[in-house]
Structures are given as C-alpha cells and as structure tokens.
Design a protein around this ligand. Structure first.
Ligand SMILES: NC(=O)c1ccc[n+]([C@@H]2O[C@H](COP(=O)([O-])OP(=O)(O)OC[C@H]3O[C@@H](n4cnc5c(N)ncnc54)[C@H](OP(=O)(O)O)[C@@H]3O)[C@@H](O)[C@H]2O)c1
Length: 283
C-alpha cells in the first residue's frame, strides 16, 4: 500500500474501500470487516448511504487501532448549510461511534454548500476532522471554491475510470493541491470493464485482471481509488495491485478508452439535481 500526502501533511492511503449501495447492516458490517482483514485501512461511507452505523460497528470490532484507519464520510445535500453541516457532522460521528473523522466531504456541490464548507472549516480548525474536502466538483466549481476557501479542500472525490478520465480536472486539482479520489473506479461495472479486451490484454502481461489494471492505472495517475465489493475474493484481488506497474505504452492504450463524459450521472441535468434535492435522509 502506498500513501499520498494531503495539502496539510496528513497521510492518506492510495486505496480504500467504498460502501455505496450496501444498505443492509449485516452485509455492510461483514463487508467492512472483510475489507479491513484484506488490508484496506481507508473506508469511504456517506450519510446518504444509510450505513454509517454498520461501518461504525465494524470499526469497533475489527481489532485495528483507530489511528491506523482512515475514515471518510460525507455531508448530504439536505444538510448543505452552515447550521445543517454542524448538526449533520455530529450525527455522522455519533452513528460511526467515533471521536473524530479523518476526512469529511461535501457529497454534492448543491444547496448552500459554501455555508456548509464554512462550518466544516471551523470543525476542522477545532480538530474534529483531520481533513476536509468535496466531491463532484467540476473544474469551474472547484476553482470557485478554492478562490474563496480559508482551507483549500484536501480531496475532490469525482468519477474517474478509464472511460471518463478527466485529465483537465486532474490538472486543476494539481494546481490547487487537491488530491483526486476516484469514485466508481470500475465505472460501477459498466462498459464490460471486467472483461474489456484492452484492459484484459494489458493485464495478461502481468498476470493481473482487467479490474486490477483499471485500479493500477488510476493510482499511477496519482488518483486515490475506493473500489466497492461485497465479495472477499474480489476485495483481495482489488487490493493486489501494489506489486506491478503499467508502462508508458499501457497507459497510452488506456488513454484511448476515454469517452470524455459521464454516462452514470449528469450533474448538468435539472432532473438529476431535482432528484438529489428530493432525496431526504432524515425528517
Ligand atoms: N462521491 C460520490 O458522489 C460517489 C458516487 C459513487 C460512489 N462513491 C464511492 O465510490 C465507491 C466505489 O464506487 P461504486 O461503488 O459506485 O462502484 P465501483 O467500485 O466502480 O464498482 C462496484 C461494482 O464492481 C463490482 N466489482 C468490484 N470488484 C470486482 C472485481 N474484482 N471483479 C468483478 N466485479 C467487481 C462490484 O460487485 P460486488 O460488490 O458484487 O463484488 C460492484 O458491482 C463507492 O462504494 C462509494 O464509496 C462516491
């Protein structure tokens, strides 16, 4: 496992475990326990995933000291305001059963997320979290936030996989010192990624799967990856990417797979924005 240094010096693992779409508490707790025993130390949840309690239960049981874990959760759109963020953070912390978070992210730059970010800056300065950041900030949104923030976001978690590579966005993140983190590093299973001929052919040279090539490609671009799986054998496979390296030719072949846009989400669609605002996680 390799680590990256955030803009405040905090060390963050380059690979973690995501728990989106694992709402069943028993399955989620087991998945996090399996992930930690497979070597994952970064766990990525969110208030909106409705599984913070299950993640917290696994953290409590796992036997790994708290300081060796890197726990991320996210503020949901419904709570995107100064007051809302202060309250939502306390709720998440309580559900996780933690004293502090490693990383607190704004899940979507929607609603009064600037107000929410001010609250997060204060919580960060009070030592309640080791780093703060954002998700889904396209370049113009990230630039706007960075130009007004007192604390530059440490991380921007965005969709990044071989079919949506976002090289320009990575360039801007580098300029501001924001670490990119890939959600959907397998494009959520789309594009036949696990049997894709280009990824499979490259992987065969190294005795690796298409999944491992997709992850390795991102980490070699300096991107933190948080693959999700509820299967222990896949968790282990996904973690087994630290003993090989893609060469320049491999990277260039994968660069050709980019279609330049997301086919999973459309943040420019009013219907999508409306849907996210309509998703309530509490009264
Ligand atoms: N900030 C945001 O807006 C945002 C959005 C989406 C996701 N995320 C975060 O990013 C994490 C990862 O993204 P994601 O969960 O959406 O999708 P993903 O990691 O791209 O793909 C997950 C899918 O791949 C399958 N899979 C995993 N490893 C595999 C392997 N080695 N071989 C074959 N299939 C495999 C999983 O199936 P099984 O589980 O059945 O193995 C699951 O169906 C999330 O869990 C979440 O923490 C954040």
């Amino acid at each position: 496992m390799e680590f990256t240094a955030l803009n405040n010096g905090v060390k963050m693992p380059m690979e973690g475990f995501g728990v989106f779409q694992v709402p069943d508490p028993v399955q989620c707790e087991q998945a996090v326990l399996d992930a930690i025993s497979s070597g994952y130390r970064l766990i990525d949840t969110a208030a909106a995933y409705m599984n913070e309690e299950a993640v917290g239960a696994a953290i409590k049981k796992c036997g790994v000291p708290r300081e060796e874990l890197f726990i991320t959760t996210k503020l949901w759109v419904q709570d995107a305001s100064y007051e809302g963020a202060k309250k939502a953070f306390e709720t998440s912390l309580k559900k996780l059963g933690l004293e502090y978070l490693d990383l607190y992210l704004i899940h979507q730059p929607m609603g009064d997320y600037q107000g929410a970010y001010r609250a997060m800056e204060e919580l960060y300065k009070e030592g309640k979290m080791r780093a703060i950041g954002v998700c889904n900030c396209y370049p113009h949104v990230l630039a706007d936030l960075c130009e007004t923030a007192a604390v530059i976001p440490a991380v921007n978690q965005v969709e990044l996989h071989p079919f949506f590579q976002q090289e320009n966005a990575l360039g801007l993140m580098k300029e501001y010192g924001v670490v990119p983190e890939a959600w959907g590093p397998f494009a959520e299973g789309n594009y036949g990624i696990f049997t894709h001929p280009v990824l499979t052919t490259i992987g065969a040279k190294y005795g690796k799967s298409a999944a491992q090539v997709a992850l390795r490609w991102n980490v070699q671009r300096g991107v933190v990856v948080i693959p999700k799986s509820v299967h222990k054998d896949r968790m282990e496979q996904n973690m087994d990417i630290w003993d090989f390296a893609l060469n320049g030719e491999d990277m260039a072949e994968i660069a050709k797979l980019d279609i330049g846009r997301s086919e999973i989400v459309d943040h420019s669609s009013p219907a999508f924005v409306k849907m996210l605002h309509g998703m309530k996680i509490h009264e």
